[in-house]
Ligand binder design. Sequence first.
Ligand code: ADP
Ligand code: ZN
Length: 605
Amino acid sequence: MSQIQTGLLVLLLTFLGVVGYNIYENETTPEERSYSEFVNLLEQDKIKSVHLKGGEITAEDTLTHSFSTYAPDVASLMPLLKDKKITVTAESAAESWGGSMKAMLPIFLILGGYLIFSRNQQGPKADFGKGKGKGFHPKEKINVSFNDVAGISEARLELSEVVDSLTNPEKFSVLGGYIPKGILLEGPPGTGKTLLAKAIAGEASVPFYSIGGSDFVEMFVGVGASRVRDLFTEAKKNAPCIIFIDEIDAIGGKRSGGNASGSNDEREQTLNALLVEMDGFDSDETVIIIAATNRPDMLDPALLRPGRFDRQVTIALPDVKGRRKILEVHAKKIVLARGTDMSTIARGIPGFSGAEIANLVNEAALMAARKNKTAVDSGDFEDAKDKISLGLERKNLVINEKDRRITAYHEAGHAITAKLLPDTDPVHKITIIPRGRALGLTQQVPLDDKYTYSRDYLINRIKILMGGRVAEEIIFNHQTTGASNDIVSATDIASRFVCEFGMSEAIGPIAYSQEQDGHLGSTSSSKAYSEKTAEQIDQEIKNLIGQCYKETYDMLEVNNKFLHKLAEALLVNETVDGEEFEIVHQCFLNDKKIEENIRNKQKEG
Ligand code: ADP
Ligand code: ZN
């Protein structure tokens, strides 16, 4: 590095220090108000004094309330302040910050950044501060790596390719590889989406720009959109880099068309600006946009189109193994008493997110400190858990043992029905980790994209859906509401079986409209029908489901040992993947063989 470059680097770091300091300061001020409110007060002569630190303004109104706000453009504010004869104080070189220096800052930074980090010198150093665009978070030095993100091996695998494309864009494009542009991380709060985005930046040693979706919308009309443009301009200059947009649903929610309030206008403009920016990339500009949301269902479909956030990675709450790994990552930061068993602790906190686990470790350390202990032991974890669970109970996250058992058998019922029937999709994953309103989930993944379905396939689908309720009946001899979704889906398939696919023998291949229950799938060309036909249709649907239910019952009853085996595995591990399921299946088949042998021997002897 030449002397000039070193000099620039020092200059750069000083600037960033000041910028960082300002942001820190801002976080400790009492109240935040919008810039428009500030300007309003100013125009009504209700501002007494103003203190400037770069773009951050601390103002005191005539009622001596002090509040803070952010000025998108300080330079244009100065004449107004002068006009109103406001007492302006400023920190360090604030006069010039507010004027020409502020305007020149990005130029300095970009120039410095260019000289120091110009492409051919790219190395691991490239991960610290380059410029800061107006208003968005300056890039932090990212020292997060994949090792800091535990228990999400699936997502990690998928995202290591992204790291590759960032560190080695040439290789990627030479091979004709498609560099992903937008990645949507979806999952409940606290599951490590932000952490993961940072880890990608850290692993690839590229700059990381972070902004919250709601940061765009708090502003008045037009500012959100221009912030998006600023952000992308800045990011492109620093490519390859990562832009992280947290809570993208704040701007990317479905456009309703109705309710034309100002904030909606603003949101739409911002969203449009984002779409335009994402579409307007050259292939050599490797800017990867990672967005996070816990409401993927709320997103505007335009965001999910090819070339935009077309890669979606789901991050679920961790299972018991994942929780243990996350515990281990965070326990590195504390002194652990010997013999503290992380598996036991992990087992005791079903439903905890990564953030809650981090909090647990922290609380446990505090508990130990309060008791003047030299190390944190399992008792401290127990106490911390009780303290945190009290808060969680209200969120309905902690499930009681009885519900867990019922859920385990319910999911086992689905999975085993799928396994034992021919012509079904393979079971990919079974879990009793609650997600949204569902207590558990059995995931099947089709081997190939299906466009047509055979009669058997549809009947087996209904049986698989029945399997949950059937298992509950066989084992506990009672019914729960846990199966209500299954029943809705099964009824839907059965009525299409009869009315749309014409597969019922009694009705024949005639399409009947199902408009009464508001189904969208019905075609206008379908036949209107008489009261009598309606009765027939109802009867056919009922027969079909009844038949499926009975056959599933018989099948699961005969194989109830398989049910017990899988439910036990679920209760211990919470998640059973396709491979593990196959192992449980083989164990069951083995046991069955041994039993048969014994029976045969008894007959002979
Ligand atoms: P999200 O963005 O999904 O809401 P965050 O990434 O902000 O979640 O997670 C908050 C904190 O919780 C992280 O900084 C980290 O300390 C902890 N955490 C969450 N998930 C994990 C994980 N998988 N591994 C390790 N720590 C985690
Ligand atoms: Zn179910």
